[in-house]
Design a protein around this ligand. Structure first.
Ligand code: NAP
Ligand code: COA
Length: 272
């Protein structure tokens, strides 16, 4: 870890999808930097087991059941942070859904469900937390999760690609609108992060793990802690002049694709 234990002292962070994968990695890092946590997602058992892990690490953490597709539940989660901790300083809109299906076979509801979770859910989190973030004595921080695949085009994941591109645009707008309120809004664009549901669904289950690894200049999948460290930077005073940014943490994958015109072998067969 490269940050101090009090980089986020006194801050309260709400993390959607904080019970697993990248969200849990971010939760651990924010807590290690001194933040108090509220984890929000649909599956309470998953949240409880994350809380147990976090508390063993010395974190102060709570959970709230919340489906980010339901605005009233997102509003309630924001309210819960205020009730438990008295304030809300950081919101990490990390919750997402994704699966591989060619656009020509994607049902309208399959499209809708991913747009609802990823894009609408991120807007709901931002909208519902605005007043609380504006009131933060540290300056509010809103962090969303994107991916460079959004701008490359994402065969097999048209819904998630479009949703993440929408998130990137949303964050640029919010950074402009909310800067004067002291709220910094940024995205992190992870590459392929090993041992996550995202990598399992998009690469491993599709038999594309080796191909994906071959496109990464640093030669390995990232770790949730890599994304978590970027989150601490963006949420702490170390990132005090950074807003409207999309911080790419991908082992150079997007540069490699841009320079070689890389298209994974077998991709068209798999998604046609
Ligand atoms: P994950 O473990 O499946 O995380 C997704 C989380 O979102 C889960 O904790 C899930 O919890 C929650 N969630 C899903 N639908 C929800 C809903 N409707 N309301 C509230 N919570 C919901 O996957 P991950 O791979 O760590 O992905 C985390 C983030 O990183 C996502 O934004 C993803 O797009 C992004 N990302 C991941 C990678 C990667 O390599 N893994 C790469 C680029 C971007 P419940 O089931 O309890 O609701
Ligand atoms: N291929 C094609 N279509 C699929 C699919 C797949 N693998 N998985 C789901 N769908 C379709 C369903 O058939 C349904 O469409 P239909 O009504 O026309 O049949 C639609 O998507 C909604 O599916 P449903 O299972 O009802 O949605 P849900 O709200 O219960 O779950 C998901 C949402 C589908 C995104 C689910 O995978 C999820 O909860 N994911 C969270 C974890 C995750 O995706 N992690 C990776 C993050 S990058």
């Amino acid at each position: 870890m490269t940050y101090t234990k009090d980089a986020l002292a006194g801050r309260v962070a709400l993390i959607t999808g904080g019970g697993s994968g990248i969200g849990l990695g971010i939760a651990k890092a924010l807590a290690a930097a001194g933040a108090k946590l509220l984890l929000a997602s649909r599956n309470v058992e998953r949240l409880d087991s994350a809380l147990e892990e976090l508390r063993c690490l010395g974190a102060e953490a709570a959970r709230v059941k919340c489906d980010v597709r339901k605005y009233e539940e997102v509003e309630a989660a924001v309210k819960t942070a205020g009730e438990i901790y008295g304030s809300l300083d950081i919101v990490v809109a990390n919750a997402a859904g994704n699966f591989v299906v060619p656009a020509a076979e994607m049902s309208p509801n399959a499209w809708k469900v991913v747009i609802d979770i990823d894009l609408n859910g991120t807007f709901f989190c931002a909208r519902a937390s605005y007043e609380a973030l504006k009131a933060s004595r540290f300056g509010g921080r809103f962090l969303a999760i994107s991916t460079t695949r959004a701008l490359e085009g994402w065969p097999g994941c048209a819904h998630a690609g479009a949703a993440k591109a929408g998130i990137m645009s949303l964050i640029r707008t919010l950074s402009a609108e909310w800067g004067r309120d002291g709220i910094r809004c940024n995205t992190i664009a992870p590459g392929a992060i090993g041992d996550t549901e995202g990598v399992r669904r998009i690469y491993e289950d599709q038999g594309r793990k080796a191909l994906e690894l071959g496109s990464i200049p640093l030669g390995k999948f990232g770790q949730t802690s890599d994304i978590a460290n970027a989150a601490v930077f963006l949420c702490s005073d170390a990132g005090q002049y950074v807003t409207g940014a999309d911080l790419v943490v991908d082992g150079g994958r997007n540069r490699s694709r841009a320079s070689t015109g890389y298209v994974p072998e077998g991709l068209w067969k798999e998604t046609a």
